[in-house]
Design a protein around this ligand. Structure first.
Ligand code: SAH
Length: 351
């Protein structure tokens, strides 16, 4: 299938086999494709590809486009080394990526769309709606540019930045092919997580693709009334439909599902809600592994939501664990910079 970005010959969207075809079509040697693919995934411009002849480089420049995102702004946390990038795309769209330093390696949180149309009430990324989808190459290039900039390998990728990845399905799938391809970034699928607010039809489709990635579900509530209030997607697919799809995903892939639960004080963080959350998840996942990530909400001025104190968060975790549910509180990194996604783009767009 020819994707839009390939018809535009955006070279960062091309798999090695497609680069080969392109070279062959112009009478070039197919083996050069591997070298070019490796250069691209290291963030090289055409004129930096020193083992490729000038003639071939010129041919590529004339027949494809190559634009890496520009670092419009970069913030580095003095507390934990977290790096936040505001990237400017070829058309001036702004997106964000965050590199987090862990003992087990570097992780990057990347964006899948410029803006988002899901409308979750607590989220900064959706405030201005969705401007456009990112191409597969644009999703990939966030990792390429960040890796080059920090001068260290990036080991893990989480698709939890701006946008709803399953609302940009074809480009995200192609991105998964590119990121796992030999000779490029070569990041294993077990080191990749995709987070979704719950596009149920796409969860079934993704299960059929059989990439062994981790699926994260943004749940954030324990019944339909409360979930629909903060996440409009719940009016299209209710919690039962979502959790049934998650169970089918697990049954098909054998991959443990991770549930994200953003704790919003006075909305979803009471002891009763903790008990209800445990009962709800155990109803669908009894006897199979799953995990709950608790995220104290980052205050976004427009939402008016705030997180509870440490004690109420601890109480929530204790109730889950006593009920037999594995739960951890997300470590807060980069608290001295605007590390949560969507805030910087929103700030710049409304300045
Ligand atoms: N659209 C996808 C991925 C982007 S959001 C999704 O919904 O999962 C990534 C995660 O950050 C989600 O779990 C989302 O609910 C959470 N999130 C968004 N805004 C937040 C905020 N202000 N505080 C804490 N978590 C937030």
């Amino acid at each position: 299938m020819l994707y839009y970005c390939i018809m535009m010959k955006e070279i960062l969207c091309m798999m090695p086999s497609e680069l080969e075809e392109l070279l062959l079509a112009y009478g070039e040697k197919a083996y050069k494709a591997k070298q070019i693919f490796a250069w691209l995934h290291r963030g090289a411009a055409f004129d930096e590809m020193t083992d490729i002849s000038k003639k071939t480089r010129q041919l590529l420049a004339e027949n494809t486009t190559l634009v890496y995102p520009e670092i419009a702004e970069k913030q580095v946390s003095r507390l934990d080394g977290t790096v936040k990038y505001l990237f400017s795309m070829h058309d001036g769209q702004l997106i964000e990526s965050v590199v987090m330093r862990y003992k087990h390696g570097n992780s990057i949180c990347i964006s899948s769309q410029a803006g988002c149309r899901m409308g979750c009430k607590f989220c900064a990324s959706t405030l201005g709606g969705r401007a456009r989808d990112l191409s597969a190459g644009e999703i990939l290039s966030q990792i390429i540019v960040a890796q080059k900039d920090i001068g260290e390998r990036i080991d893990n990728v989480v698709m939890m930045g701006i946008g709803e990845p399953l609302d940009n399905y074809d480009n995200v799938i192609r991105f998964l092919d590119l990121v796992g391809a030999k000779g490029g970034l070569n990041i294993g699928y077990r080191h990749i997580s995709l987070s979704t607010c719950g596009l149920v039809d796409k969860i079934y489709r993704l299960a059929e693709e059989s990439y062994p990635i981790t699926l994260s579900i943004s749940l954030h509530a324990t019944n339909d009334t409360e979930r629909s209030e903060i996440m409009p997607i719940n009016k299209k697919w209710c919690i039962d439909e979502l959790l049934t799809a998650c169970r089918a995903y697990f049954d098909k892939t054998g991959r443990r599902i991770s549930f994200e639960y953003t704790l919003i004080h006075g909305k979803n963080d009471s002891p009763q809600q903790a008990k209800r959350l445990a009962a709800l998840l155990l109803k669908y996942f009894s006897g199979v592994p799953f995990h709950v990530n608790l995220i104290p909400v980052n205050t976004v001025a427009e939402s008016g939501f705030s997180a509870g104190d440490e004690q109420s968060i601890k109480r929530f975790i204790d109730i889950l664990e006593k009920s037999g549910v594995n739960a951890t509180k997300r470590r807060k990194l980069g608290s001295d910079i605007d590390a949560s996604c969507g805030q910087l783009r929103h700030k710049k767009n409304t300045d």
